[in-house]
Design a protein around this ligand. Structure first.
Ligand code: ZN
Length: 437
């Protein structure tokens, strides 16, 4: 959707925002971790942040796994012939040579307790439900030793598959079966038609590569005060330009940099766009590891990830004290933005490594579907399906919120992360990232 108007307070400029969005998700396109596209996005960010007037702008490289090529073939025997089905790899899971076998269906996670070592050896296993999110379920699946796992994502009852990833920490420490995904509608037909036999072959080439975080600083007049981080991620999943996930967050970060650079402030604003978020917040985890000592100065993270759906609900996920949640909801409502407040610690997002380190966060997102966003991680996440108007509505409320906090001598809320959320962040950090606390 094209921009229609110009905004006056804080000089927010929808046309400028839309131009960068077009370069990022139209000209550059797919921004997979460790690829030329991701590097070009980082270079664009450096250029725009310098022009915005940031005091310092730099990049920090870190190691990642980059998907170089993949090819999946799946067919099912329907009657006397083999019928091919569109399928996708799962980044981080290994491929498999040709496998033919009887389909064995597992409804997860409720049946995870039945998995025994070796019970799926050599079998083609179809999982309906999410891939394991609990480490003990994952280890049971690995020990059951399937030849290949066909994943049917229950959140997307459509005729396409999405690109997904697995936790690098799990792949390194517990092993990872070969996993591919097929569309929900095909899996549905398999069940209805009692399709029993399938063939799978998946070639995956993953290589070690470099990804980068882009960091900019808008220095405040009182360096002793806790700093505010404004964050987003610029990488995408395979096979799509990530216009919503997360071109939308990147253009928010750039617009905030431009309008806030010119404003007086006590607190330092640190803007960080992470690489390799789509492999489970690899870039933000690298940042937190590299800057662990300086994190004592981090007072709040304001993260933007997927905020541009034309139809939807703005959600604010707050990891922090009640007073932070109350303050944010009220300040946004005063600027005509009503949000759905969520208070859960989510590990699949860039503010998580900061939460693990004890830094509170506000994560803005916009959902359009009970599974999240229907277009995500698929070829449908394009500029056709985003709304500049909604992003401007969000910024008109968030910019004054951040601007006030940057000028405040004292936070209007209690600092830190509550004990229960901190404990949950530590548990998830250990289980999913291998963080040691
Ligand atoms: Zn994202």
């Amino acid at each position: 959707m094209k921009p229609t108007q110009t905004d006056s307070p804080f000089d927010l400029q929808p046309r400028r925002l839309w131009r960068d969005w077009q370069i990022l998700c139209g000209d550059i396109g797919e921004l997979r971790a460790g690829t030329e596209g991701e590097r070009r996005a980082a270079a664009l960010l450096v250029d725009r942040l310098r022009k915005a007037g940031a005091d310092r702008v730099w990049t920090e490289d870190f190691d990642c796994q980059s998907l170089r090529s993949s090819r999946v073939q799946v067919s099912a025997r329907e009657g006397r012939r083999w019928r091919p089905v569109a399928a996708n790899i799962v980044t981080g899971a290994p491929g498999t040579g040709p496998v033919e076998g009887d389909l064995e269906w597992w409804e997860m996670p409720e049946s995870a307790h039945r998995l025994k070592p070796g019970c799926l050896r050599g079998k083609v296993v179809a999982i309906f439900g999410p891939l394991p999110t609990e480490v003990q379920h994952h280890r049971r699946l690995v020990e059951a030793d399937p030849a290949v796992v066909i994943h049917v994502d229950e959140r997307l009852p459509f005729s396409w598959t999405k690109s997904d990833g697995v936790y690098p920490h799990w792949a390194r420490h517990y092993g990872m079966p070969s996993i591919i995904t097929v569309p929900y509608t095909d899996a549905w037909r398999w069940r209805r038609e009692r399709v029993g036999r399938v063939r799978v072959e998946a070639t995956v080439r993953l290589e070690p590569a470099q990804s980068q975080n882009v960091i900019a600083e808008l220095t405040g007049t009182e360096p002793g005060l806790p700093e505010i981080f404004i964050t987003a991620h610029h990488d995408t999943q395979a096979g799509n330009p990530g216009a919503d996930d997360n071109g939308s967050g990147v253009v928010c970060l750039l617009e905030l940099a431009r309008v806030l650079a010119a404003r007086p402030r006590r607190r330092t604003l640190r803007l960080v766009s992470f690489g390799t978020e789509e492999q489970l917040s690899v870039g933000s985890a690298a940042y937190v590891r590299a800057h662990s000592l300086e994190l004592a100065k981090a007072g709040l993270v304001v993260n933007f990830d997927s905020v541009s759906s034309p139809l939807g609900h703005f959600e604010l996920s707050c990891v922090g004290k009640n007073s932070l949640a109350r303050h944010a909801v009220r300040a946004l409502a005063d600027r005509n933005l009503d949000v759905v407040l969520r208070r859960v610690v989510t590990p699949f997002v860039d503010n998580f490594p900061f939460n693990w380190a004890g830094v509170p966060s506000l994560w803005f997102m916009r959902t359009n579907f009970p599974g999240g966003r229907w277009q995500h991680h698929s070829p449908h996440d394009t500029l056709e399906h985003v709304s500049v108007d909604e992003v401007m509505r969000l910024l008109r409320a968030v910019v004054p919120l951040v601007d006030d906090l940057a000028r405040d001598e004292r936070w209007p809320f209690a600092a830190g992360v509550p004990v229960a959320q901190r404990a949950e962040a530590r548990r998830l950090g250990r289980a999913l990232f291998g963080f040691r606390s």
